[in-house]
Design a protein around this ligand. Structure first.
Ligand code: UDP
Ligand code: MG
Length: 334
C-alpha cells in the first residue's frame, strides 16, 4: 500500500526534528507500506523550512510544500491533500501532539479493516486547558444540535487516515471555508474511531488562539446549516403570536376604558409591524440560503464506490476501539 502522510506546520522549529525522527522510526517498522511525506509549510517565519529542507535532502520521501503565506491549518491540510496520489492518506499535526504509536495504530486498523473509509483519531482525556476543553465540547454540542444530519463524535481531531475514496470525496467539495471535521461527519462514511491521549507539544506554543477556534467553529456551522438564517422565520412566528396576543389584550383593556387614548393602536401597530418585518426577512433569508447553496457548488450526488446498498452501508457500526483494544458498547450505527 502507498501511504501519503500530510503534516501542516507553522513555526514549529522546536518540534520538527524530533517529530520527524520519531515518526519515521515508528512507521518504518510497519511492513508492506511505502510512505511519501508531504510537509506543508503554512508560511512559517522561523527556521522550520530550513530544518525540513535539510531533512528532505537526506530522505527523498520527504516533500515540502511551501505556502506563500499563513493560510491557517485547515487550508494547509487541504493543500497537502491535493498533492496526494497514494492509496490512503494520514493527516497529523507537526508539533508532536499526535503520537507516532497512535499513527501506527490507525494504519494497522485500516490494513486489518479496509472496508472503513476513515480511521478517525478521537482525543481522550482532558485538553491542555480547561478553556479549550469547554469550548471544544460546546462546539461539538452546538454542531450536533444545529446540523441534525451530522453527528460528530466529540473530541474528533484532524488526526485521521482516509482511503482514496474518502479523499476523492473531500476534494470534490469546493468550499473556501472548510472545516474537515464537519464535512467528513456530514458525508457519513464508514468510520472507525480510535481513542488516543494527546502528548504534550515537543516545544513552541499553540497557534490556535480563541479567534481561530471561533473561526473554525463558525466555518463548520455556517457551511452546513442554514439554521442561523432561518431564525428569522422563528422570530416572525414568535412576534406574530405575541403581537396578536398583545393586540387582543390592549383591545380588552381599551373596552374596559382603562387606558390613555392612542395606546391600543400604537401597541397593536408596533407588534404587527415587527411580525411583518421578520416575515419579510424570513423570505429574504430563504432566497439568500438558496443563493448560498448554489454559489458554494456542492456536488449534487456521490457515486458509491462499492455495490452495497445505502442501508447496508449505514449499518456499519460506529466502532470505537479503545486503548486496550476492547470496543465501546452502545455506539450505534451511523
Ligand atoms: N498550524 C498550521 N497553520 C496555522 C496554525 C497551525 O499549519 O495557521 C499547524 C501547527 O503547526 C500544528 C497544527 O497545525 O502542526 C495544529 O496547530 P496547534 O498545535 O497550534 O493547535 P492545537 O493543537 O493547540 O489545537
Ligand atoms: Mg497542537
Amino acid at each position: 500500500m502507498k501511504l501519503d502522510i500530510v503534516v501542516p506546520f507553522y513555526n514549529e522549529e522546536e518540534c520538527l526534528n524530533e517529530f520527524v525522527g520519531t515518526l519515521k522510526s515508528s512507521l518504518d517498522k510497519v511492513s508492506g507500506i511505502s510512505y511519501t511525506y508531504y510537509f506543508v509549510d503554512d508560511g512559517s517565519t522561523d527556521r522550520s523550512p530550513d530544518i525540513l529542507d535539510t531533512l528532505a535532502k537526506s530522505d527523498e520521501r520527504i516533500h515540502v510544500i511551501p505556502l506563500w503565506e499563513n493560510h491557517g491549518h485547515q487550508k494547509a491540510l487541504i493543500a497537502g491533500l491535493d498533492q496526494c496520489r497514494g492509496d490512503a492518506v494520514l493527516m497529523m499535526d507537526g508539533d508532536g501532539q499526535h503520537p507516532a504509536e497512535t499513527a501506527v495504530k490507525l494504519i494497522q486498523v485500516y490494513l486489518q479493516n479496509p472496508e472503513f473509509a476513515v480511521v478517525q483519531g478521537v482525543r481522550g482525556g482532558r485538553q491542555q486547558s480547561l478553556w479549550k476543553d469547554w469550548t471544544s465540547r460546546f462546539f461539538y454540542w452546538i454542531i450536533n444540535k444545529m446540523v441534525p444530519e451530522t453527528r460528530i463524535v466529540p473530541g474528533s481531531s484532524d488526526f485521521r487516515l482516509l482511503n482514496s475514496d474518502a479523499l476523492h470525496l473531500i476534494r470534490s467539495y469546493p468550499d473556501r471555508h472548510r472545516n474537515l471535521r464537519v464535512l467528513l461527519a456530514s458525508l457519513k462514511l464508514p468510520t472507525v474511531f480510535i481513542d488516543y491521549i494527546p502528548d504534550l507539544r515537543l516545544g513552541g506554543y499553540s497557534k490556535y488562539g480563541w479567534r481561530r477556534m471561533v473561526g473554525l467553529a463558525v466555518d463548520g456551522l455556517f457551511a452546513f446549516s442554514s439554521f442561523p438564517l432561518r431564525i428569522n422565520l422563528f422570530l416572525m412566528l414568535v412576534s406574530g403570536f405575541l403581537g396578536i396576543g398583545y393586540a387582543i389584550y390592549s383591545l380588552v383593556v381599551y373596552l374596559k376604558g382603562q387606558i390613555v387614548p392612542g395606546w391600543t393602536s400604537t401597541i397593536a401597530l408596533i407588534a404587527l409591524l415587527f411580525c411583518a418585518m421578520f416575515g419579510a426577512l424570513a423570505i429574504l433569508s430563504e432566497y439568500v440560503s438558496r443563493i448560498y447553496e448554489d454559489v458554494r457548488q456542492y456536488p449534487l450526488y456521490h457515486i458509491r464506490p462499492d455495490r452495497r446498498s445505502t442501508k447496508q452501508s449505514r449499518e456499519v457500526p460506529v466502532n470505537f476501539l479503545r486503548e486496550d483494544g476492547r470496543e465501546k458498547e452502545g455506539e450505534g450505527t451511523l
